[in-house]
Design a protein around this ligand. Structure first.
Ligand code: GLU
Length: 443
């Protein structure tokens, strides 16, 4: 049997780090096992679902390298939900309810006031035909609930949380359909999971009690429930679900010049027993991926950690990985010289300009200026070629008696205009003979 996972966002906004993490784990699990990863757009809410968000979700997944093997939209599948609903109606597993929101709220308050859990009392099942007729005559339309089986506990072995046991009588029968016929999340999702042959549902632990009810829905549809993995939620470094975290997504990563693989490397390991490592491909992450290694404690996301990880990854990327995003005339030697000095790819251009463009003359003190003049003279009479930096500095060491910082720093300043930067052994060949001489002769 092919293993199948699905990522099921509602296209009512952009993906944020939490969704991205869930999507990634679904994707990784499918990739690792040679299975399939589906994108299911939960767009039953016609008012809040927007095409721009659908496109954004696809774009974000592509950017992250997590293209789906198939896509479905719930708004195309209403016939299927109607059919499933009708069947459950015949078997008595869904029932109409006529309470208004205010009536339900009052019931809740009374129960809470008595120190009882606010579980729906199934008052609708007691209605007589005459009462229903009165409501209908008043123009009330029913909403619909799924009738849980109270007689046995709901049990499953969660891939992250281990043994799970719920007493169904402590859960309210979930509302699955509104008065106007529109769908709430629970039943369409279970119908889709059956219809699409989803074998593993991977999602946040905020869905654990939905799972309890959905397991009974699967059973009521004569289907065996999929496996479940409920992950601990992602929190900010302060330990809270911050608003900022909820708005942090691919747009912000791009703005900060974060590489997709850095996001993947962090999200694959955060909250697991494996260390976060600067990898340049997903292969080593797939190797260690295992729900059993996920902690039940919330995973803490820290942007600084992401930035630092990104930097370490950039330092290892090959020319071929980045060539398209480098300045057009920059070659492999340029990338290798500059790579260790940048926090992200956007910083490359400045260093490349220093190597290949024009730089300002700095003010050096008289002694250093004289030293640079002797460097110019020495360089004029040397063969440009391998090891030019090494040969130049060892000649100057002999002729001037300078060493250490006094030997290197004025040269760096005169040749690059900066007190720090790429290794001069790699930088000087990039600057080239003509430019180097022209920069030194100014002192
Ligand atoms: N649309 C639901 C959500 O975003 C899907 C949950 C699920 O994976 O079943 O929370």
């Amino acid at each position: 049997m092919t293993l199948k996972t699905r990522f099921a966002p509602s296209p009512t906004g952009h993906l944020h780090v939490g969704n991205i993490r869930t999507a990634l784990h679904n994707w990784m699990f499918a990739r690792k096992t040679g299975g399939q990863f589906l994108l299911r757009l939960d767009d039953t809410d016609a008012e809040r679902s927007k095409e721009e968000f659908v496109e954004g979700i696809r774009r974000d997944l592509d950017w992250l390298g997590m293209g789906a093997d198939g896509e479905a939209r719930q708004s195309d599948r209403f016939d299927l939900y109607d059919a499933g609903f009708e069947k459950l109606k015949t078997t008595g597993r869904v029932y109409p309810c006529y309470e208004t929101a205010q009536e339900l709220e009052l019931k809740r308050k009374i129960l809470l006031g008595r120190g009882k859990p606010p579980v729906y009392d199934r008052g609708a099942l007691e209605l007589t035909d005459a009462q229903i007729a009165v409501y209908e005559a008043e123009g009330r339309r029913p909403h619909w609930r799924f009738k849980l089986d109270h007689d046995r506990p709901i049990i499953w072995t969660d891939l992250v949380r281990g043994e799970q046991k719920f007493d169904a009588s402590l859960l309210s029968d979930p509302v699955i359909r509104r008065e106007d016929g529109s769908w709430l999340y629970m039943l369409p999702s279970a119908i889709d999971d059956v219809d699409m042959g989803i074998t593993h549902v991977v999602r946040g632990e905020d869905h654990v009690s939905n799972t309890a009810a959905q397991i009974q829905m699967f059973e009521a549809m004569d289907a065996s429930p999929p496996e479940f993995a409920h992950e601990a939620l992602l929190v900010g470094k302060e330990g809270k679900l911050s608003k900022r975290l909820g708005s942090l997504g691919v747009a912000s990563f791009r703005e900060q010049h974060i590489e997709p693989i850095a996001v993947v490397a962090l999200m694959a390991r955060l909250g697991t027993s494996d260390p976060v490592e600067p990898v340049t491909s997903v292969a080593p992450l797939l190797e260690t991926f295992d729900f059993a290694r996920f902690s039940r404690a919330p995973a803490r996301f820290d942007d600084e950690e992401l930035k630092l990880l990104n930097q370490k990854i950039v330092h290892q990327l090959d020319y071929a990985d980045v060539a398209k995003r480098l300045p057009a005339d920059m070659d492999e030697a340029g990338w290798h010289a500059i790579r260790p000095n940048v926090a992200n790819i956007s910083e490359v251009a400045d260093w490349w300009n220093i190597a290949s463009g024009d730089i300002d003359r700095l003010d050096l003190d008289a002694e250093d200026a004289a030293y640079i003049r002797s460097a110019h003279e020495a360089l004029t009479s040397m063969d440009w070629g391998d090891d030019i930096w090494k040969r130049l500095t060892s000649t100057l060491k002999d002729t001037t008696g300078r060493k250490g910082k006094a030997l290197f720093m004025p040269l760096r300043l005169a040749l690059t205009g900066k007190a720090h930067g790429p290794d001069m052994g790699e930088m000087l060949p990039l600057i080239g003979q003509d430019k180097a001489l022209a920069r030194l002769v100014r002192y």
